[in-house]
Structure formats: structure tokens, C-alpha cells
Design a protein around this ligand. Sequence first.
Ligand SMILES: *[C@@H]1O[C@H](CO)[C@@H](O)[C@H](O)[C@H]1NC(C)=O
Length: 204
Amino acid sequence: MSALLRASCVLLLGLLFASSSSCRDRVRIPPHDQVARVARFVAHQVDWASMATVSTHEPVVGRPFSNVFSVSDGPESSGTGVPYMYLTRMEISVQDLQVNPEASLSMSLAQTDFCRLQGFDPQSPLCAHVILTGSVLEVKGLEAEFAKKSLFSRHPEMMEWPSDHNWFFCKFNITQVWVLDYFGGVKTVSPEDYFLASLHKKHH
Ligand SMILES: *[C@@H]1O[C@H](CO)[C@@H](O)[C@H](O)[C@H]1NC(C)=O
């Protein structure tokens, strides 16, 4: 290999490395002891969540029932921490919510490239995951407009969903945040601390 070729390979590798590390910088997980920020980070990174409801359907009436929903807490890089959803009363879990709006939402960085790239098993607490408990509430007016912008920007297919299904916008009203982001057991964060936490690093 000529010296010139070698030099250009080194340069190319250098450029690749520089660009990939700056990509990572943009989406770097907050330190694990900043639990509320980690929770906000996970809630913003994921595009979907598993939602558990109390079933109203035979033969599992009264039992936990977990199902997948598309979520968004705001347009790309401007997360509010509030997971919004686009729902129809034709859906099995939404029928549960009509009877009992209490639910829990699980979200994990296993749903992004993070855990795979780091070599963290989804069940490892290092593969940060959160469980939000609370209830699902319909939103109207300005908040529904914001939910629409948040969801449709990250799930463009929603614009094409059949209009005769009477879709409506909801938010997940958080009463407690449970965080697994390190060894030593689950940590809890109050909704107040969760919403006060900054998604991005503070520059002061
Ligand atoms: C919404 O969540 C707050 C806690 O963040 C709680 O005080 C309030 O009762 C909840 N509202 C409903 C309707 O569940």
C-alpha cells in the first residue's frame, strides 16, 4: 500500500469516527444517578410503548393485559415528557380504558440501538428502562393540537389511518415514574421531578 493511500485511509477512518462520535453525543444518555433526566431521555427516545391495562375481555377479565402503542412526547428533540397516543374505541385495550383508565407504560432503550450497541441485555438495568404508572386521559383543544403535531411528525402513517375509526388524542397522565438504569433496584421519581428535569444538558 502506498504511503499516500495509507494516509488517506487513516484520514477517512478519522472522519468516520469523528462523525459517528458526534452523532452519539447528540443522543447521549444522562448519567445514571440523574434518574429523572434518564427517565425523560428514555420517554423521548422511544416511538412506542407497551401499555398494560386491566382487561375487560373474557377469559382474562380483571387480569393484566399488555399491548403495543405508538407514542410521542413531542416532536424530535423537543420532548415534553408527556406521552401522547392516538386511539380508537374499536381497540381492545382502549375498551379496557373506557372501564378503568388506569394503566402502566413500559419503555426501554432496548427499543433503540443503544442496548444492542453497548451489549446490554434488555433485562439488564444498564439497558435503561422506565415504567410510568397513571391513567390515560383524552385531550382536547390546544393540547390535542400539540399531541397531533407530536405524533404525526414521528408516525407519518397515522395521517392515513381510516377516518371511520374515530381516532382521538390522549395523554398518559403520570402519577409515578419507576426507573431501572443501574444496579441496586428500581428508583422512583415523582411527576414533579420528572417534569422539572431537563432533557438536554444544562449549559451553565
Ligand atoms: C393526573 O396526575 C396527577 C399527578 O401527576 C394526579 O394528581 C391527578 O389526580 C391525575 N389526574 C387524573 C384525572 O387521574
